[in-house]
Design a protein around this ligand. Sequence first.
Ligand code: ATP
Ligand code: LTN
Length: 351
Amino acid sequence: MRVVISGDSTLPRVLSGIQPTGEPHLGNLLGALRYWVEDQSRGDCFYCVVDLHGLTVAGDASERRTASITMATLLLAAGLDPDVCTLFLQSHVPAHSQLAWIMECTASYGELSRMTQFKDKTAKGGEQASRVGLFTYPCLMAADILAYDADRVPVGDDQRQHLELARDLAQRFNTTYGDTFVVPEAAIAPPGRGARIMNLQDPTRKMSKTTDNPGGVVGLFDSPGDIERKIKRAVTDTEAGPGALRYDRETKPGVSNLLELLGTLRGNDPETVALDYTRYGDLKADVASAVLEVVEPIQQRFREISKDPDYVADVLRSGARSANKVASATLRRAYRAVGLVAAGGTDAIRW
Ligand code: ATP
Ligand code: LTN
């Protein structure tokens, strides 16, 4: 249900984001990006490279600039069509940061403390040394979503808790100040269909851009040889004989991850995929060729689009223009609802 409608009112509004930190990987593609591409024809879609979220971790300024453009180029190569969706950089739309403050004044310290991503990401360096932005990160993410009146947010399973928070904040704000925000729904792949692709070397942990175990991460920019090698070396287990090759996430996480990968790429359940195999080597060979079938054309398009940086800059400029229109209108609505006086307005001044 939409409170304020702009653009095409018959289509659901879709919003999602990806960080330009680290190398994009197969988990990003299968858990999120392929749904972004699918949704473009069915929704009024806004997709952003969340460069402000990237500031929550250390990084070099010139590498950051390159990474944002590289990520935008990759999204185009993966199939986003700027004629049907809006692609932009988060920092080009000031309403995200402005609405994030409203979200920080809506969320409680307790609920942010319960976010598992914050706990995981601070586990190594300790909470005391972590940036405050990493703690308040889910408020910026909620702002990203609510600024667009998003009905649907396609993300991987690891973002479930952040989405729940965005819903809670929207509901709390609406109850306190009156209907202002659309309460968004998470759009997460069903279990076993790419919602949580695991690290090939440590299948109990998700494939991630920021990882200690890069050998288990299939990067979307990896060479075909490296992709094949990483899949061939994927951890399985030592069970042998009839029935050994089966889908069981608890007791056989490595094999199950490979079955999920192949099932997701072929549009099948992992249980059904398992019926075709008795040997781990055969399964791995088929996983590798199915992965290369989707990754190689993306790499080819990436090389082509990269030759024309002006095109990417144009896409981002026009994306920011469309995004700003929608997000600034929502921000004004939220400012009015909480009682901020409109600039130049005197209607609330009575003394
Ligand atoms: P990091 O692990 O460093 O936080 P990330 O790999 O999760 O980074 P993001 O930019 O945070 O990358 O995520 C972009 C999208 O990809 C999100 O929707 C996220 O849920 C999804 N995603 C990330 N990792 C996986 C995975 N292993 N399986 C499925 N989806 C994933
Ligand atoms: N927090 C997400 C990235 C992200 C996002 C968003 C996803 C930032 N803003 C808005 C969906 C909608 C992550 O870490 N993967």
